[in-house]
Structure formats: structure tokens, C-alpha cells
Design a protein around this ligand. Structure first.
Ligand code: GLA
Length: 395
């Protein structure tokens, strides 16, 4: 991938680039909790977006996407917030947010190549944002810590893609660690790296279906959570986010909420508890417990939060009950995309093949099923990201 990108860059721009990368992610548990100040447990995947960069003397960004085979030209002095729906919104957004936050960028030639399947719920957009941020900052010899990069990229998504995402995807793309899941408190941003037991494999199953209303549905769920918070704050004045509500409090005050909003809040409240239990289960090596929590999470996303689809439900059902599968659930925002299975290494290939066959037989769709590893977060290619931040120097 890196050689191919270097060669492509030389052909396009006639110079040799520096290359940066940022990973996609899969979330083990903790869905739709990040924007409620709650808990999440994502893993960075060994699927990266690579950005090759070299400086220009002017204030232009000339950006080529190899995946989409398209070149686009941006002027750093003319970038304004707003969505166009084009892939370059993410590049434009990152550059725009960095500039408006006081980071003066140099012009650059860029070429992008991604292994993260686009639009499949593995956070291809965060991988693109974070790798672009790394490339633009390094190209301008500017330094920012990893958490600030994550915040800038989240803001780019809000202002330029107009998806009101939480911090999870950008945070894990910056802070991921090989062999580990990351349990994040989305209020304090304190995190804990939890080793993924070596006999486990992360199986990511792409249903190959993405529903049109994905981003609209996501923003609607956010508003529903705000409505729930507003309703409960009348009787629980101390709460700042749904993260502050307990199950008992919710049951006691359920009459303050409409039936739909009650279900949405119940998902968030129970999911936060599940993430905390999942962290203890990982710490004590209780994989069966972790698997059960994943199953409960899927059910809650399907029935209470209503962001699953018949294809995601089918993929989960087909995985459940197979030998070697500890747990299965939809992952990411929902309305299509992927499921995640926790599978014993000894059975991984067998499960993969069976799922491939059975899903295709039932739907006529050929799913992509990947066996992934927990990997490192963003950095310069060839450097240990544990020792560097976005300026490429030791923290
Ligand atoms: C998307 C968003 C995340 C998070 C998940 C749902 O991936 O980008 O911030 O809200 O959905 O957990």
C-alpha cells in the first residue's frame, strides 16, 4: 500500500512524499453512548487510510483520492463551513477547522488511499479526517496532542459533513493501541487500554447494505436523547447528560417521557452499564460474560434504539450458536453496515466461511467478512505512534 501510494504520488506530483496513516475502528460495545457523555469500548483496526503529502509554495491543497479516482483543488483562504456531499468535505473540513482554530497551514499536494471500506460503519470518515490532519499538521511543522486532533476532526465532521457524531471514532483513530480495546469515558476523556485475549479474533461482517437515512436517522436519535434529557431534568435537576441517569431513576420517572423517548433513554442507560461490566469481564478474562453483554447490546439497539436492520439482525442470528462464537452484535451507528463477532481463533476461518455461505444463501448478497486485529492509532508510516503526537516528535 505504502509503495503503491509513493509511486502514485511521484507520478502525480513529481516529488517524493511523507506518508501518514490513521485506522478505521470497530466498537466492541457502547453504542450511541458517546454523545450522551457515556462509555464506549472501540478497537482500532488493521485497516488504514494513508495520506501522502509534500509542501507547496502557495496556499492550495491539491488532493487526489485513489479510491474515487478523482482530483480536487482547494484554496486554504476560501474554505468555509457547510456540506457539499462530496468526499472532499472531510479534507476541506479538517483544513478549515485547523485554520479557524489558529493553526496556519502550508499549501500541500496530497494523495489518499484507503483500506477502510467506505460507508460501511468502520469509520472510514474518521480515518480520513485523522490521517489528513496528521499530514497537514506535519507538513506545516505544527504540533498538537492526539486528543486535540480528535476534537478538531469531530468538529470538522459537525461543520462540514453535518453529522453530529460523538468523539468515539476520532478518539480511537488517534489513541488506538495494538492488541488492546480502549474503554473511554466520553465526559472526562479518561481512558483505559484493555488487552484483548490472544485467543480471540475480531470478525467484522459487512452486510453490504447501507440505508439512505443513515445520517438523518443518526441526527434524529441525538435529538431524541436531548428530548429525554430535557424531560428527566424537570424531575432530576442535577443531571447534565443521560450518563447521569440510573436505571432506577429512569423507571421511577418514566411517565415524564413519551413511550418512544423512554425506550431511547433506556438503551443509553443500560448500554452504559453494559460497557462498565464489559470492561470488568475483559479484565478478568470472562469472555462468555462479554459475549452475553454484546448480545444484550444488540437487542437493545434493535428494540429500544431501533437502529438495526433486518440484514444486521440476520448476520447476528447466523453467528449466534456457532461453535467458537462468544458474542455478536451490530456495531457503529446502525441503519446498515457491519456486525462484530468475537470468535475463538481456532474456529475463526470455519465461522467466516459458514457465515459467508449462509448470509449469501438468505439474502443473495455477498458479504465481506474480515478477521481483524486490534491495531495502533494514527502516525507517520514507519514510526512508533506510542512515541509521537501529531508533530511527529516525542510527547
Ligand atoms: C457513529 C458516530 C459515533 C457514535 C456511533 C454510535 O459511528 O460517529 O460518534 O455515536 O455512531 O455509537
Amino acid at each position: 500500500m505504502v509503495h503503491k501510494l509513493s509511486a502514485l504520488f511521484a507520478e502525480l506530483h513529481g516529488s517524493s512524499p511523507a506518508i501518514y496513516r490513521a485506522p478505521g475502528r470497530v466498537n466492541l460495545i457502547g453504542e450511541h453512548t458517546d454523545y450522551n457523555d457515556g462509555f464506549v469500548m472501540p478497537v482500532a483496526l488493521d485497516l488504514y487510510t494513508y495520506v501522502a503529502v509534500s509542501p507547496r509554495a502557495d496556499r492550495r491543497l491539491r488532493v487526489y483520492s485513489e479510491n474515487l479516482r478523482e482530483m480536487c483543488d482547494l484554496d486554504l483562504d476560501l474554505i468555509r463551513p457547510g456540506r457539499s456531499g462530496h468526499w472532499s468535505d472531510y479534507v476541506r473540513g479538517v483544513a478549515g477547522v485547523l485554520e479557524s482554530s489558529g493553526y496556519r497551514l502550508r499549501g500541500a499536494d496530497l494523495a489518499i488511499m484507503s483500506e477502510v471500506p467506505l460507508g460501511s460503519g468502520l469509520s472510514s470518515s474518521a480515518a480520513l479526517e485523522v490521517s489528513t490532519a496528521w499530514a497537514l499538521l506535519s507538513n506545516s511543522q505544527l504540533g498538537i496532542d492526539r486528543t486535540t486532533v480528535a476534537h478538531m476532526c469531530q468538529k470538522a465532521e459537525h461543520l462540514y459533513a453535518e453529522t453530529m457524531c460523538g468523539i468515539m471514532d476520532q478518539f480511537i483513530s488517534c489513541h488506538g493501541r495494538a492488541g488492546h480495546a480502549l474503554m473511554l469515558d466520553c465526559r472526562s476523556l479518561e481512558f483505559q487500554l484493555l488487552p484483548v485475549p490472544s485467543q480471540l479474533r475480531l470478525m467484522v461482517c459487512n452486510t453490504m447494505v447501507k440505508h439512505e437515512h443513515a445520517s438523518g436517522g443518526y441526527n434524529t436519535r441525538r435529538r431524541e436523547c436531548e428530548e429525554g434529557l430535557h424531560g428527566l431534568a424537570q424531575v432530576l435537576p442535577g443531571i447534565r447528560a443521560l450518563r447521569d441517569v440510573t436505571r432506577d431513576e429512569l423507571e421511577k420517572h418514566r411517565d415524564c417521557l413519551s413511550p418512544v423517548i423512554y425506550k431511547r433513554v433506556r438503551h443509553v442507560v443500560t448500554e452504559n452499564d453494559r460497557v462498565k461490566e464489559a470492561a470488568s469481564a475483559l479484565e478478568t478474562g470472562d469472555i462468555a460474560k462479554l459475549g452475553k453483554l454484546m448480545a444484550d447490546s444488540h437487542q437493545s439497539l434493535r428494540d429500544d434504539y431501533e437502529v438495526s436492520t433486518s440484514e444486521l439482525d440476520l448476520m447476528v442470528e447466523l453467528a449466534n450458536g456457532q461453535e467458537g462464537v462468544y458474542g455478536a452484535r451490530m456495531t457503529g451507528g446502525g441503519f446498515g453496515g457491519c456486525t462484530i463477532n468475537l470468535v475463538d481463533a481456532a474456529h475463526a476461518e470455519e465461522v467466516q466461511q459458514r457465515l459467508q455461505r449462509n448470509y449469501e444463501a438468505k439474502t443473495g448478497l455477498k458479504p465481506t467478512i474480515l478477521i481483524c486485529e486490534a491495531s495502533d492509532g494514527a502516525g507517520a508510516v514507519g514510526e512508533d505512534p506510542r512515541e509521537t503526537d501529531a508533530k511527529g516528535r516525542s510527547e
